[in-house]
Design a protein around this ligand. Structure first.
Ligand code: M6R
Length: 607
């Protein structure tokens, strides 16, 4: 879950490495470092904290070397510290390594190396790689790297420099993303395309088990055995400025405001008047007839999208659905076989647990459909079918446009399954499609009321505990609302099925515990209002969310936010918008780091 970048060419490397690391900071940001080759010497600079600290450390008089590697870290093995920050060297400072992932057998390797006299400086698993290279080197740089790759177990993307090979970068990947950027007489390597987009749009996306040797003359890709591999050049179409803040104070606010477009893009070319076209999903009626169960597997926000997907698929396609947290899925021998459709949801397409669940499901014979936002991601390449969400790069750690487009992906999948199975009349599909097409404009309507939410957020600045309640689909959205508030404002927030409060949680409600009550689902509206009354009777201040035109909620709560009129099943895409805005403005009011909340990283590529 860290960020890696490497450069070889004719320009001074350090500014390019630092620029790349800035784009990768969302992958982890507790420390950072760079290493360059200068006059047959490896020069390493590191610092704890965000990249500004590294920039200060480097100052103006940095090395003018044209080859180097860099890293931004999110600690796994060893606490965040200067000594644990990457890059890491061997005893003789002959090799220097940056690494993303985990070397599972590092302790036994470390013991073996210490026995042989190697001296370790850090607590990291990564340092083992540098010492192994030192130990294995017998006059052949690539050969030593290959031997290391055969010795280690785990997940990694790594880049290595050797002091006496001043024109070469060697990189490899297994279970961790990595791309190679192809410039004009210069080359880049990075864990994410965003890091190198300022310099090139032509990239190789490395596959698991590939190693790459980069010199000024070109790029050679091979497998770990040394058999050469031919790669296709992937031409990146999206714009570098799309990944910048575009005038907003924070990426999160920009991404919240991008939702109408993201939602429109995601439905583009997929909706006819009363038919859904999902070209990327190729399930025939015969194949679907064999499916008797659906599993939706994901983490965090993506899991919350899956909870909504469950109701939609069960309601529309009449298939039983289980929703599982990816880190739990494969450790309880799930009842998955060739009659199961497994849907994995992942914005990044690189989340380690989701990927592991995908592989487990495939091993058990299941058909796997991925819903992901990143073309070329590992999830997108390993699933049988892929529904891409077209949200564009999401940089803020807190997911917003990824979530609403994932919800849209669930709507599309639910409708598609119902359509193939014939469980919904064509007119009903047409009605849902008409309502879905109105959603982007309705999201905009809610965004236009951001000022009101900003006002409301002020009363949350000093709050320490809060509850989100709702029933049915509202409960699923409540979970996402509470996660948003927790992760960026550090307020303790819990989501409860509204009917469950009186079984224990009601004891926590006081006048100092504001409650956010979601009541957009018409079939359970009256029941939800009874639960709202229970918390009001305990003096809680209540903010209610309900559908436009419903005048009754105002009588039971302190403040009402109206959600534009739509079908109950589509309401989650709208209901979450005020909750995202509330979290954002509360976070700002509390002076928190909105885009990079403490202890978190955007892409979780370790289990
Ligand atoms: O990239 P993924 O969708 O697989 O990420 C899964 C979670 O880590 C992610 O949804 C996380 O919960 C959100 N960023 C929180 O806002």
């Amino acid at each position: 879950m860290c960020g890696i970048v490497g450069y070889i060419g004719k320009q001074v490397a350090i500014p390019i490495l630092v620029d790349g690391l800035k784009k990768l900071e969302y992958r982890g940001y507790d420390s950072a470092g760079v290493a360059v080759l200068d006059c047959e010497k490896i020069v390493v600079s590191k610092s704890v904290g965000k990249l500004v600290a590294l920039e200060e450390e480097l100052g103006q008089a940095y090395s003018q070397s044209c080859i180097g590697i860099g890293h931004t870290r999110w600690a796994t093995h060893g606490r965040p510290s200067q000594v644990n920050a990457h890059p890491h060297c061997d005893c003789k400072q002959d090799f220097v390594v940056v690494h993303n992932g985990i070397i599972e057998n590092y302790l036994e390797l470390k013991d073996m190396l210490i026995e042989k006299g190697h001296k370790f400086a850090s607590e990291t698993d990564t340092e083992v790689l540098a010492h192994l290279l030192e130990d294995y080197y017998e006059g052949d740089f690539e050969g030593a790297v290959r031997k290391v790759l055969k010795t280690i177990r785990g997940s990694y993307a790594m880049v290595v420099l050797r002091r006496l090979d001043p024109n070469k970068l060697v990189a490899a990947r297994k279970d961790s993303p990595m791309v190679v950027g192809l410039g004009d007489g210069e080359f880049f390597v990075a864990s994410d395309i965003t890091a190198i987009l300022n310099y090139t749009r032509k990239v190789y996306i490395l596959d698991d088990g590939e190693m790459v040797v980069i010199t000024e003359d070109g790029v050679k890709v091979s497998d770990f055995e040394g058999n050469s591999r031919t790669k296709e050049v992937y031409d990146v179409k999206w714009d570098a400025v799309a990944a910048e803040k575009g005038g907003y104070e924070h990426f999160m606010l920009k991404e919240i405001h991008e939702q109408p477009k993201a939602l429109k893009d995601t439905m583009l070319g997929r909706l006819e008047e009363d038919k859904v076209i999902l070209q990327e999903v190729d399930l025939t009626l015969e194949e679907l007839a064999q499916i008797n169960k659906v599993y939706i597997v994901a983490c965090g926000t993506a899991w919350h999208a899956g909870l909504v997907g469950k109701t939609l698929i069960e309601r529309w396609a009449h298939l039983p659905v289980e929703v599982d947290i990816a880190s739990e899925f494969r450790y309880r021998s799930p009842l998955v076989d060739k009659h199961t459709l497994v849907v994995v949801v992942s914005q990044s397409g690189e989340t380690a647990d989701t990927l592991a669940a995908l592989r487990e499901a495939k091993n058990r014979g299941a058909r796997v459909v991925a819903v992901t936002n990143v073309v070329g991601s590992t999830v997108s390449r390993e699933a049988h079918d892929v529904i891409f969400t077209w949200a564009g790069p999401e940089i803020a750690v807190a997911s917003t446009k990824a979530y609403t487009t994932q919800l849209e992906g669930m709507v599309l999948l639910g409708l598609y399954l119902a359509q193939v199975k014939g469980t919904l009349p064509t007119e009903k599909i047409g009605e849902i499609i008409t309502a879905l097409k109105r959603i982007p404009a309705q999201v905009q309507e809610l965004l236009d009321q951001a000022g009101l939410i900003e006002e409301l957020a002020k009363s949350f600045a000093k709050v320490e505990n809060t509850f989100f309640i709702g029933r049915s689909l509202d409960w699923a959205v409540a979970m996402e609302g509470s996660l948003k508030l927790k992760e960026i404002s550090y307020i303790h927030a819990e989501a409860y099925a509204a009917g469950e409060l009186k079984h224990g949680t009601l004891a926590l409600i006081t006048e100092n515990t504001p409650v956010i009550a979601l009541a957009t689902q018409r079939d359970v509206y009256e029941k939800t209002i009874s639960n709202v009354k229970e918390v009001k009777a305990r003096d809680a201040k209540v903010i209610g969310l309900t559908y436009a035109g419903n005048t009754s909620m105002a009588k039971s709560v302190d403040h009402v936010i109206y959600i534009p009129e739509t079908m109950d099943e589509l309401s989650p895409i709208l209901t979450v918008i005020p909750l995202q805005l509330l979290s954002y403005y509360v976070s700002v009011a509390r002076g928190c780091d909105v885009d990079k909340p403490r202890n978190l990283a955007k892409s979780v590529t370790v289990e």
